[in-house]
Design a protein around this ligand. Structure first.
Ligand SMILES: Cc1cc2nc3c(=O)[nH]c(=O)nc-3n(C[C@H](O)[C@H](O)[C@H](O)COP(=O)(O)OP(=O)(O)OC[C@H]3O[C@@H](n4cnc5c(N)ncnc54)[C@H](O)[C@@H]3O)c2cc1C
Length: 215
């Protein structure tokens, strides 16, 4: 079987890539390959579920842009498709005097990154928000939240599949190698060979031998 694009890895990055590519290009036939029987079974399914605000990233950097724009998009997506989430806010606290200059630095990065509603708060205000935290002051970040990333990833994949009925998801299908031809690539998987014109790898957490050889 031949696809326009193959996305390898069914965590949140692969799922979001599949969804965005399919939404922008409804006519392209795309395949997602995931080695586990279920999607989002690795980092995506075992993280802290925090929707990060973009508080720590260098202003103007791609990381800051990605985090801030991504947060807005993720919360809108969760609202539109009923994904469990809660924009409950968070506090960043200092517990010792020596941490206060660092807090001021974080606050100014947050202000430059236009993180909505951040403010410096006193130890008493921290205690009102979170009675179990003992601090000497903090920063209130109201736009941070938590989300069911597994639910979000699965919904993105379902939506992508509903856009083009010929697109496919292969779970329990490990990509074991890739042969590059002039115009397309052949994926060698645990369930046979598949061809694709373009490949997107959304798998790399630790080095994979065959992927390194390709690069
Ligand atoms: C302890 C911890 C806490 C974190 N907390 C947060 C948080 O609160 N908020 C936040 O935004 N981020 C958090 N992160 C980071 C976040 O979890 C990751 O950035 C994100 O899940 C990465 O998604 P991914 O799709 O790249 O990886 P994964 O979710 O790991 O997906 C990669 C997928 O590729 C598949 N795969 C691998 N090799 C192959 C192959 N050869 N063939 C087919 N499939 C393959 C895997 O089975 C896996 O499903 C945390 C990370 C850690 C470690």
């Amino acid at each position: 079987m031949k696809f326009d694009i193959a996305v390898i890895g069914g965590g949140i990055v692969g799922a979001a890539t599949f969804y965005k590519l399919q939404k922008r290009n409804p006519n392209l036939v795309i395949a997602l390959f995931e080695k586990e029987e279920a999607l989002a079974a690795h980092q995506t399914g075992h993280n802290s579920g925090v929707i990060h605000s973009g508080l720590y990233y260098k202003p103007g950097s791609l990381k800051a842009k990605n985090c801030i724009e991504g947060r807005h998009e993720l919360v809108s997506f969760a609202k539109e498709y009923g994904i469990d989430h809660d924009v409950c806010g968070k506090v960043v606290v200092a517990t010792e005097e020596k941490e206060l200059p660092h807090m001021d630095r974080i606050l100014s990065i947050g202000a430059e990154n236009k993180i909505e509603g951040i403010e410096k708060i006193t130890a008493d205000q921290v205690r009102d928000i979170e009675p179990h935290v003992k601090s000497i002051g903090g920063i209130w970040v109201p736009c941070t939240g938590i989300i069911d990333f597994v639910g979000a990833a699965k919904k993105m994949v379902d939506l992508a599949l509903s856009i083009n009925k010929e697109s496919k998801v292969y779970t329990g299908c490990e990509v074991k190698g890739v042969e590059k031809n002039e115009n397309f690539s052949v994926l060698n998987t645990s369930k046979g060979n598949y061809e694709a014109n373009y490949l997107v790898f959304a798998v790399v957490f630790k080095p994979i031998d065959w992927l390194e050889k390709m690069m």
